[in-house]
Design a protein around this ligand. Structure first.
Ligand SMILES: [Zn+2]
Length: 139
């Protein structure tokens, strides 16, 4: 994807992360912007509660898209920062989310990360982040 469009997606992820009012326990906000093949963007932030049932931003954004009957995903941007920090730092999906995402994307699905201080974008395929993933059967 062209850098201009990647930056737009990152800005969407930053925007939703900055609006997060549900990360008071970790004090770490994560924003995700998930792009579908038909050009829609589904956003999510981490939703926490007292206890261990927090839901990561990735597992907020994907079900929003899936329950909107979306099935073809192109890429996503993930950003994260401590609430008191000035800059977003490179933030990658946790192991649980990697396996969750893997279920619904193709091998070439791209995850973009962003370091705001250096303005550096990195990209990974889901296979980079989760090689040898669990599969019930061969696809
Ligand atoms: Zn996660």
């Amino acid at each position: 994807m062209e850098e201009e469009n990647v930056r737009k997606l990152i800005n969407e992820a930053k925007d939703i992360a900055l609006r997060n009012f549900c990360s008071k326990y970790s004090k770490f906000t994560v924003g995700v912007a998930l792009l579908t093949k038909d050009g829609k963007i589904y956003k999510g932030f981490n939703v926490e509660n007292y206890g261990i049932q927090a839901i990561c931003a990735e597992r907020v954004a994907f079900p929003k898209a899936l329950t909107d009957l979306q099935k073809d995903f192109v890429c996503m941007a993930v950003v994260g920062k401590k609430l008191n920090d000035k800059y977003f730092k490179e933030t990658l999906p946790c192991g649980y989310c990697r396996q969750f995402i893997r279920e619904y994307v193709k091998d070439d699905f791209i995850i973009y990360t962003y370091d705001e201080e250096t303005d550096k974008i990195k990209s990974y395929t889901i296979n980079d982040l989760l090689p040898y993933s669990f599969k019930l059967e061969e696809e």
